[in-house]
Design a protein around this ligand. Structure first.
Ligand code: PLP
Length: 416
């Protein structure tokens, strides 16, 4: 398989853009393929190759690429304009949908990315509690802003820079870490440090996973944070509408104080949102003193795509059962093999190069990344695009067909 055009494009991009890419995890070695178009579960490269996509833009595309209903909704909205800089009726409509679906969200503020959402949620938690520190889990990824770029998962772990240069040590001193699936560690940390505003966590870590919560872990951290008067922030940027309507908080029956969303709620267009208990959200400007603002916040195009997506998910409730059936079929087709473990939750899944499913960041880091690299190349040659990292979760969409799944199962069996 040659990718001459991609290689040439990358040679130019490298001279103009750091690492040749707009986001680090896309910098596949020796060069990334360039996409010309995408439809359903498939990417078409500029070199004329078609790939089955198991990355799905890192999560937003639960219905697949260029879904006709979303395209129609966006096209209709385009006729009425795509940016107003004023409120539009889409905002209360979307806010009603999102707050109705999430028990932990009485009110919501729309922003333009997941990073913006977590940044604002952390500021709000500090504003509400008057406390300084935050706690995150090791390997948790909450976007590329200073407070959370400490032992961060996703591209930060893949690139070997989980602690970014340029982030002030003074600032990072306010970000503490605990292992996932370890309620005692959280309890002791909160007992020892009383100046903690919030515990921010991906309820099911996707950026090193999926890593699944043990037993009552999520309920226990709810109790522990409550006892220490620390706000619990569920970062559901990946899990929101991915593990079901209402995300992990509904699936596991745990109500956080604040929730952040992104990815799926924009139907493939840029978006983020944060929301939570009314008394906390009422502190957000202009209602309260915690400042937050954005030119593109609540833009009508993203909201239109988001509303169309959420309505589709509500109207086609079996979609989640079907997605779960797809990863189950894949798991069954693969069976078990020494040196590997298959982990799945609904349409999130991954093959870990490790005998048993990891329970936290330390165990994830024990995976054989060299074996993963060889496997990834083999899968790519077989026409399958997996996120190019042992640490990123893989995604299926409603658009993956039985034929795609059969091709996936065959390639996995050959390449792992
Ligand atoms: N939070 C989580 C859990 C994420 O996975 C991501 C991105 O992958 C973010 C926040 C940041 O979102 P965005 O890339 O939209 O800024």
């Amino acid at each position: 398989m040659t990718h001459k055009s991609s290689s040439e494009l990358f040679n130019v991009a490298k001279t103009l853009m750091p690492g040749g890419v707009s986001s680090p995890v896309r910098a596949i070695k020796p060069y990334p393929f360039y996409t010309a178009s995408a439809s359903g579960a498939h990417l078409a490269t500029v070199d004329g190759t078609t790939l089955i996509d198991c990355c799905m833009a890192y999560g937003p595309l639960i219905l697949g690429h260029a879904h006709p209903l979303i395209r129609a909704a966006i096209t209709t909205q385009l006729e009425s304009g795509w940016l107003y800089g004023t409120p539009s009726p889409l905002e209360p409509e979307f806010a009603r949908l999102v707050t109705r679906d999430h028990p932990g969200m009485d009110m919501v503020r729309f922003v333009s990315s997941g990073s913006e959402a977590t940044m604002a949620a952390i500021r709000l938690a500090r504003g509400f509690t008057g406390k300084k520190d935050i706690v995150k889990i090791e390997g948790g990824f909450h976007g590329a802003h200073d407070a959370v770029l400490v032992k961060a998962g996703s591209g930060a772990t893949t690139m070997g820079v989980p602690d970014s240069a340029g982030v002030l040590a003074d600032l990072v001193a306010h970000t503490r870490q605990v292992p996932y699936n370890d309620p005692e560690a959280l309890d002791s940390l909160l007992s020892a440090h009383t100046d903690v505003a919030a515990f921010i966590i991906e309820p099911v870590p996707g950026n090193i996973g999926p890593v699944l919560p043990k037993d009552n872990y999520l309920r226990e951290i709810r109790e522990i944070t409550k006892a220490h008067e620390v706000l619990l922030i569920f970062d559901e940027v990946i899990t929101g509408y991915r593990v079901g309507i209402g995300g992990a908080q509904v699936k596991y029956g745990v109500k956080p104080d604040l929730t952040t969303l992104g990815k799926i709620i924009g139907g493939g267009l840029p978006i983020g949102a944060f929301g939570g208990r009314r008394e906390i959200m009422e502190l957000v400007a202009p209602q309260g003193p915690v400042y937050q603002a954005g030119t593109f916040s609540g833009n009508p195009l993203s909201l239109t795509a988001g509303i169309a997506t959420l309505e589709y998910l509500h109207d086609h409730a079996p979609v989640y059962r079907e997605l779960d059936g797809k990863t189950r079929a894949l798991e069954e087709a693969l069976g078990s093999k020494a040196g590997g473990s298959f982990v799945r939750l609904g349409s999130m899944f991954k093959y870990f190069f490790r005998d048993t499913p990891p329970k936290d960041y330390r165990e994830v880091k024990e995976c054989d990344t060299v074996a993963f690299g060889t496997f990834w190349q083999g899968m790519f040659r077989a026409g399958i695009f997996l996120p190019p990292s042992q640490f990123e979760t893989n995604f299926l969409s409603a658009a993956h067909t039985d034929q795609d799944l059969a091709a996936l199962a065959q390639a996995y069996t050959q390449c792992r």
